[in-house]
Design a protein around this ligand. Sequence first.
Ligand code: GLP
Length: 258
Amino acid sequence: MRICICSDQSQIARVGANQFSEVMKENSKAVLGLATGSTPLPIYQELISRYKAGEISFAGAQAFCLDEYLGLPAGHPESYSSFIRREFTAQVDFDDTTVHLPAGQSPEGTFVAEEYDSQIAAAGGVDLQILGVGANGHIGFNEPGGSLDSKTHVGILAQKTREDNARFFDGDISQVPDKCVTQGLGTILKARKVLLVATGKQKAEAVAALVEGAVTSMWPASVLQAHNDALILVDEDAASLLKNKDRYTNSLVSPDDL
Ligand code: GLP
């Protein structure tokens, strides 16, 4: 696990986008694991700018999104299917038929969930998976207390997650679905590279737990300690509770090198 502490959002955006550029340069048909939420947006914006400048193309790429709500009407603007298209893939040259989500074809999502890991494997596996993290340490929608080796599955959202996500639903928690389909922790661990991004003080406890705590299902992101190519990209606020912050700051992982 490498920790990179950035001074501001623009550095996060640049370093994060560089990880995508590298993967796409190595393989124009790369399989990208995409995340929703607010945190990756500056990185997607930077990638859109690079695409417009002719510096990167996603025409041959495929995308597998991490998770999706269950129970929203098709085309709901806050479904992750709408979100990822609006905020990223439809603004670059992704072939829309290669943008996959783990739900949507059955109301319960179960059948699709079971198929999703096989679809990812059939595509050759994820080359780069971008992740945000919930304040309670969830990645995707893997809430505390699940299996560390789970596959894509239907899950129940934690109260904290529904409260945090109410901001996307006019601040009204009753509009936030309570069920979801998410890639499992075992699914996420199979990605060849993982880039977890966290910004802001509200993520500091989760970042400390995932980097320096014990590997435990109670902090699901801590499972990344078992991944051999995970980059944790954080700002100063999100890094503020790290005990070994100085060591990471002075380590070989400098934003300028990534
Ligand atoms: C959501 C998503 C996650 C996301 C997390 C953090 O519930 N399911 O994939 O990483 O919460 O979101 P944000 O980046 O908006 O803080």
